[in-house]
Design a protein around this ligand. Sequence first.
Ligand SMILES: NC(=O)c1ccc[n+]([C@@H]2O[C@H](COP(=O)([O-])OP(=O)(O)OC[C@H]3O[C@@H](n4cnc5c(N)ncnc54)[C@H](O)[C@@H]3O)[C@@H](O)[C@H]2O)c1
Length: 395
Amino acid sequence: MPSSIGIGIIGFGWMGQAHARSYLSIPKYFPEAGIAPRLVAVADTLPERIDLAVQNFGFESGMTDWRALVEHEEIYVIDITAPNTLHQELAEAAAAAGKHIFCEKPVGIVPQATASMELAARKAQVITGAGYNYRWVPLVQYIRRLIEEGRFGELTHYRGRFFSMYGRDRLGLLSWRFLQEEAGFGVLSDIMSHAIDMAQYLCGPITRVVSVKEIFVKERPLPTPGEGTHYQRGKPGDPTGRVTNEDYVGALVEFANGVRGTLEADRSIFGPQSSMALELNGSKGAASWDHEKLNQLQLYLPEEQPVDGFIEVLAGDAFPHQGNFVPGGGNSLGFEDVKIIEALEFLKSIEAGRRFRPDFGDALATGSVAAAMARSWETERWEDVVSLRIDESEA
Ligand SMILES: NC(=O)c1ccc[n+]([C@@H]2O[C@H](COP(=O)([O-])OP(=O)(O)OC[C@H]3O[C@@H](n4cnc5c(N)ncnc54)[C@H](O)[C@@H]3O)[C@@H](O)[C@H]2O)c1
């Protein structure tokens, strides 16, 4: 009999719905895991989203006030998919109620909020997870395995980026994401956080950064309150408001193991669509992967290849988790399949009572790098990465 895990989701927009689909999919794609997520309750301030959750996703109940959800006796895991500004309050309330917590990235509106959330979860001894889903791409897992096996030799260079199109349209609405007061930083926390997490996952801790930022689209049409996502647009002549956080961040980075690299993120760039990508080089080989071609990996391992040059490897059931979705090679996975893998691995950790990675500690390691980048914007100099982790004695 699969074990049932009661879940409450707070925020039922893009990510809340994607997480709900992921939980529902676990028993179908991974029956051998013996996990049966139970969608006990959803909270959203928009009543129509609650209706959608109950009627179309099978949630047992829905509420506009998240406080009742956090206290719900049959909920074991709180999943936070509400806007960044709410992450801290929600996670700290969940920790106080003794619930395990999954929170979407960036885990708090600013790195100091991540530090406070990490401390609250540590004190409550609950298991946490952070939504750095690109780690779970089967081919990325494979790159990490090749690194651990030393197949690239000693790593020397790393280039990471996340170039998204979501802010490219000058008529794209001024949603919460473009406002410092509602989202915190712009791309630094929104998508550079993914690039930092991936860089540290593959190459270890970043110790020093020098960084720049820019706002390329300075005004955007105002949204109607309660409507619209960041993919919706206004009309020419609509009233506009000022964008208050950055469209672009670039950084030179140094890693503790001597790797040198660059990280870039942009939401207004023309050309790339969702290019969360990496290139790494070592003394014996190299790899390159881009989320836009999620199922393709460029590998250069000259000692193991018949010819010199990059060779393309197609994803298939030889790579972690992929065979549960589709058998054989060259049959593709997509964004939400990776979210299903993330949800599966999180609930497996909950079942086993062991640490999940990436957790709030990893999110804090990412936030500490982001904080150093933000300091560098002010000082216009290299900044050391200083851990923002709070000791219990200081709290
Ligand atoms: N990992 C990823 O790839 C990824 C992708 C997109 C978003 N995200 C993250 O997911 C989170 C949500 O982003 P989204 O794109 O789903 O946003 P969204 O705007 O589509 O959804 C947010 C939802 O939260 C609801 N909400 C607002 N205030 C609330 C409150 N007080 N109580 C309950 N619900 C409330 C809104 O009504 C909305 O339904 C953010 O933290 C974002 O950074 C992660």
